[in-house]
Design a protein around this ligand. Structure first.
Ligand SMILES: [Zn+2]
Length: 306
């Protein structure tokens, strides 16, 4: 994107609020970047104050006035109909008009997107998928989120649910999901689901890194857990690819760190489910690390006309 005024981004997390001032001409060396604790246990008003304090900290260290537009990445999603947040694991945010309240408090425009969308936007603009037209950014960790960027623009959707592939159903799966349905992708391939599969087969509770180590040592059930991840991921992502047919898929998150996503065997597995005999889609690891959230939030604050 073109150079211009610094972009202001806030990544609102469950435990910390990160703020950054990003130069669009040289985004990877953020001009200023700082953090404060979220203090979610003190409630919604406290979070608003803490965000305002981060903005004022950034203004002070940079010598700039408060922004005219601020991007913010949040846990959960804004319901476009009500303007209130929903599905946030920082529960005091749910049902609250965060964007409107912040806009009023800061006296500026505030643009909001969930953290998976910010991840996708950052990786599509400045990261592993820079220059690609249609980008799907996945976060596979304790849950499964995703964001879609097309032509440099984030697609949030009428209901704000664009990219929520984690709650598509997988065939022959029936574990209840927190969303009220059963057999969701998230109940099969997210980290806790993989750990549950191993535990139910062996009686032993192991975290995912332990299961991966066991697989390398030749543990048959650990290997089966990872092969199941490959197969179920392939089925789930092929359903998304049949609709979106992205140029690049960026796979982030704790589970997304596993090398299996980039192996030829996974590509072959996806091809068995895809409505096309070959998979030419680039499937790549993220390039921005833990900066993607705040960089994506900053990118939100710029016009989508770069
Ligand atoms: Zn679900």
């Amino acid at each position: 994107m073109k150079s211009g005024a610094p972009l202001w981004g806030i990544d609102l997390g469950g435990t910390k609020i990160e703020g950054a001032l990003v130069d669009p001409a040289d985004p990877l060396s953020a001009l200023h970047r700082l953090r404060r604790p979220t203090g979610a246990e003190h409630g919604y008003e406290h979070i608003l104050s803490a965000i305002e304090a981060v903005v004022d900290d950034l203004a002070r260290v940079s010598g700039l006035p408060r922004p005219v537009c601020l991007g913010i990445g949040t846990p959960g999603t804004e319901d476009p109909a009500s303007g209130c947040l929903k599905n946030s694991n920082t529960v005091c945010l749910n049902g609250r008009p965060l964007c409107g309240d912040l806009s009023q408090r800061l006296g500026c425009e505030v643009r909001i997107a969930n953290d998976a969308n910010c991840f996708a936007l950052a990786e599509a603009t400045w990261g592993a998928a820079a220059g690609a037209d249609v980008v799907l950014g996945l976060i596979i960790g304790s849950g499964t989120g995703a964001g879609i960027v097309a032509g440099g623009r984030l697609i949030q959707g009428l209901h704000g649910i664009a990219g929520e592939w984690g709650h598509n159903p997988i065939r022959n799966e029936s574990v209840p999901c927190y969303c009220g349905r059963t057999g969701c992708v998230e109940t099969v391939i997210a980290g806790p689901s993989l750990e549950r599969f191993y535990r139910e087969a062996t009686g032993e509770a192991l975290r995912l890194p332990g299961i991966v180590s066991r697989a390398i040592e030749g543990d048959r059930i650990a290997s089966a857990t990872l092969e199941r991840l490959r197969e179920k991921f392939s089925e789930a992502i092929a359903a998304v690819m049949n609709i979106l047919d992205p140029d690049v898929i960026v796979v982030g998150g704790g589970v997304g760190n596993l090398p299996l996503f980039y192996e030829e065997a996974t590509r072959a597995s996806i091809a068995r489910h895809l409505f096309n005999p070959v998979v030419r889609t680039r499937i790549v690891p993220p390039a921005l690390g833990d900066s993607a959230g705040v960089f994506g939030a900053a990118r939100l604050s710029a016009p989508f006309t770069a």
